[in-house]
Design a protein around this ligand. Structure first.
Ligand SMILES: *Cc1c(COP(=O)(O)O)cnc(C)c1O
Length: 321
């Protein structure tokens, strides 16, 4: 089942009392540094620090009573986990999260603080995912995929309803991609409200599975070595790839070093703490300056949950373009 614009509108009605619209802001220093007219969609100010809470709240709201009673189980590098834990707590549903063992400690703590059971397993996202599938089968709990969930995409789409209503004349929207719910949601809403706006996905070259899946038209697995945990997946997801196939204008890769540079730019020019994934879209502006110069470009600052080590790296002096 593919999510539709109608599902996005339903999600908005459902989320309206739960989440305030996030700001869309411009910063002269950011325009000067990139040469573009930049609009920052501040999903980093969500109560969980990332856009994913929109999808989690919408998904939990649409479960049937039997599923609610058995609870939900998710796997995540952190922000999907926080989203599910937050939404489950709001709806009074038991929640279990499987995270890789060396996850961002701030994200692990946040999951526990939200009252979810946390299982730490495996080296990377994909091992945590396999373990989560086993545990969910054993317990009979509803396994919530990071991406193959129409209700999550419909919830995330509310960000793009806000975006195009606030700024209908955008030339481009740059969306960071891990599993692809954000980009799929952007493509869905743009097709309905802003068909002339290019939706361009951005992923780290150090974890290019979604990018390569889109380019090849098949679900491929790729090495997953990015330090930006929101972008760290090793394979393409069927539902999001299907939604992205015909609707993306392009898919760009950025280096992790460029993401680091963009994090410092966000800090300096937009007074914004972006975690790595949250700075991938501005990194694409820096990496492809000529392409975006002079155009109206929205960048999704998808999250602000930078860990301690990341914050320290960000504060360190580094050359800025
Ligand atoms: C999950 C996440 C992404 C990637 O979103 P997908 O929907 O998985 O493609 C980007 N940024 C942040 C901060 C995230 O948590």
């Amino acid at each position: 089942m593919l999510p539709t614009i109608t599902d996005a509108l339903r999600a908005r009605r459902l989320l309206r009392p739960l989440l305030a619209p996030t700001p869309l802001s411009t910063y002269p220093a950011l325009d000067a540094a990139t040469g573009a007219k930049v609009y920052v969609k501040h999903e980093n100010v969500q109560p969980t620090g990332a856009f994913k809470v929109r999808g989690g709240l919408n998904l939990l709201a649409t479960l049937d009573p039997a599923e609610r009673a058995r609870g939900v189980l998710g796997y995540s590098t952190g922000n999907h986990a926080q989203s599910l834990a937050y939404a489950a707590a709001h709806h009074g549903v038991p929640c279990t999260i499987v995270m890789p063992e060396k996850s961002n400690p701030a994200k692990a703590r946040a999951v526990r603080d939200l009252g979810a059971e946390l299982i730490e397993y495996g080296e990377r996202f994909d091992e945590a995912r396999a373990h989560a599938e086993r545990v969910a089968a054993e317990r009979g709990t509803r396994l919530v995929s990071a991406a193959n969930e129409p209700a999550i995409i419909a919830g995330v789409a509310t960000a793009y309803l806000e975006l195009f209503e606030a700024e209908p004349g955008l030339d481009v929207v740059l969306v960071p991609v891990g599993s692809g719910t954000g980009a799929a949601a952007a493509a869905l809403v743009a097709a309905a409200l802003a068909p002339d706006c290019e939706v361009i996905a951005v992923q780290s070259a150090a974890a290019p599975a979604a990018h390569d899946s889109w380019r090849t038209g098949e679900l491929v697995e790729r090495p997953n070595r990015t330090v930006a945990e929101g972008l760290a997946t090793g394979s393409g997801f069927a539902l999001t790839q299907r939604l992205l196939r015909d609707r993306l204008a392009d898919f760009l890769l950025v280096e992790d070093e460029q993401i680091g540079e963009a994090q410092r730019l966000c800090l300096r020019a937009a007074h914004t703490v972006a975690e790595g994934a949250g700075a991938a879209a501005p990194a694409a502006l820096l990496a492809h300056r000529d392409r975006f110069a002079g155009r109206s470009v929205a960048v999704i600052c998808s999250g602000g949950n930078a860990g301690e080590a990341e914050l320290n790296r960000m504060g360190r002096a580094a050359p800025i373009g």
